[in-house]
Design a protein around this ligand. Structure first.
Ligand code: AMP
Ligand code: ZN
Length: 137
């Protein structure tokens, strides 16, 4: 399940070289070429799934287990102060490479990155309306 036109398929499967931190049968973890901070890494499945919607359940749970393992190792080795896990789906959400990937972003007390959003101020009625829409009741 590879896509011949997908750069992350080629990287994940070793056809294009990368700075690899970890590899097994199903995943490769690489350093991001445009890092938010020192050590910013990406978990790539070797199979092509465009996004979270296409990711099978088993791969989804394996991604989180691998993220946990990498975050522990990287925190030890980099002495970072925290971590953001980011996973974008769809252009509107900031996805630029349409092969599922999980960002692992080490955070340092003195880094200048901002990963966040402007909080809204919904009323209880607005919260109830969206809750009902999501839950169907
Ligand atoms: P996203 O915007 O969530 O789709 O993230 C794509 C990420 O892939 C960005 O952080 C890019 O810096 C990174 N990226 C793009 N091409 C490469 C590449 N060839 N090797 C490593 N990272 C890449
Ligand atoms: Zn791919």
């Amino acid at each position: 399940m590879k896509d011949d036109n997908c750069i992350f398929c080629k990287i994940a499967n070793g056809e294009i070289p990368s700075k690899t931190l970890y590899e097994d049968e199903k995943f490769r973890v690489i350093l991001d070429l445009g890092p938010a901070t020192k050590g910013h890494a990406l978990i790539l499945p070797k199979n092509h799934y465009a996004n979270l919607y296409e990711l099978p359940d088993e791969a989804a749970s394996n991604v989180m287990l691998l993220a946990k393992k990498m975050v522990s190792q990287m925190t030890d080795r980099l002495s970072c102060d925290g971590f953001n896990l980011v996973q974008n789906n769809g252009e509107v959400a900031g996805q630029t490479v349409f092969h599922f990937h999980m960002h692992l972003i080490p955070r340092y007390k003195d880094d200048v990155q901002k990963i966040g959003w402007k909080p809204g101020k919904p009323s209880q009625e607005e919260l109830e309306e969206i809750r009902g829409k999501i839950c169907g009741k």
